[in-house]
Design a protein around this ligand. Structure first.
Ligand code: CP
Ligand code: NVA
Length: 304
């Protein structure tokens, strides 16, 4: 049975720490032009049912850098896009490939794929989770000199895939997390209860942004309308307006607060241009670190 990365819960604290350390090393070595062909000769499939800029390109470059070959598969150009079932697709693709990276809608789609795959499968975003993003983001937090097992993270906005993976990671790592969202837009209930069951950390849901940012070391936000939710976006802007990360809100936070966003951002909605471009913002470090963390994740799952 291959080792899949479908959820943050698939990793243990020590494994996340190991991948983060490896990301840091790979980043340093890339700057020194040191190469590692640790996946030489392998072929990795990238099955994408949703759009992507960062995840797609960073994984493609990471695969090339490690000496393997990526095959990008847009599902609208596959038989999957015209009704071939997931189990048949998974059996066939995994007989050609050494690993598969998937971005899709429901978590059950990637789970079904993995159950029928003879090679490891990595989740590159579903409606429920975005685990590779969170590993890369923890690396970015660590680069800021923050201990990733004990800091205060405040996530403001929609309780979405990013939120869910950050909550799950908090229970494993031990950092405190406050989710500040409008009522009715809370994160996934099962992930919340599982995280509260296994974690010793503080996991809080708040609805008041000013109080939620007070003790934060890091403030994170994401779009109010995630991919696939476009039909449910009517009126969301009004409900979410008080949850915008702007200068006024940040007057309640520490001066050296770290601002994070996985991107793409909707400037002027969940975050102002001014804050996104400020010295506190590490959003482009986050984007770059997807490459280095992506490599560490690929090595961890696909290296024989
Ligand atoms: N952060 C992130 O996953 O971006 P993309 O949708 O561009 O891959
Ligand atoms: N929550 C966003 C993240 C994009 C990287 C989405 O799912 O669209």
């Amino acid at each position: 049975m291959p080792n899949h990365f479908l959820s943050i819960f698939d990793l243990k604290k020590a494994e996340i720490e190991q991948i983060v350390q490896r990301s840091a090393r790979l980043k340093k070595e890339k700057k020194e032009s040191i190469t590692h062909h640790s996946l030489l000769g392998k072929t990795i499939g990238m099955v994408f049912e949703k759009l992507s800029t960062r995840t797609r390109v960073s994984f493609q470059v990471a695969i090339n850098d490690l000496g393997a070959s990526p095959i990008y598969l847009n599902t609208s150009e596959m038989q999957l896009g015209r009704g071939e079932i997931i189990p048949d697709t998974a059996k066939v693709l995994s007989s050609y490939l050494d690993g598969v990276i998937i971005r899709t809608y429901g978590q059950e789609r990637i789970t079904e794929f993995a159950e029928n795959s003879s090679v490891p499968v990595i989740n590159a975003l579903t409606d429920l989770e975005h685990p590779t993003q969170i590993v890369a983001d923890l690396f970015t937090v660590q680069e800021q000199g923050i201990d990733i097992s004990s800091f205060n993270l405040t996530y403001i906005g929609d309780g979405n895939n990013i939120t869910n993976s950050f909550i799950a990671a908090s229970a494993l790592m031990g950092y405190n997390i406050t989710i500040c969202c409008p009522k009715g837009f809370e994160p996934n209930k099962e992930i919340l209860s599982k995280s509260r069951e296994i974690g010793q950390n503080k996991i809080e849901i708040d609805h008041d942004p000013a109080s939620a940012v007070k003790d934060a070391d890091v403030i994170y936000t994401d779009v109010w309308v995630s991919m696939g939710q476009e039909n449910e976006s009517d009126g969301k802007e009004n409900v979410f307006e008080p949850y915008q990360i702007n200068k006024n809100l940040l007057s309640n936070a520490r001066e050296d607060i770290v601002i994070m966003h996985c991107l793409p951002a909707h400037r002027g909605e969940e975050i102002t241009d001014e804050v996104l471009s400020s010295k506190n913002s590490v959003v482009f470090d986050q984007a770059e670190n997807k490459l280095h963390a992506g490599k560490a994740i690929l090595e961890y799952y696909f290296k024989s």
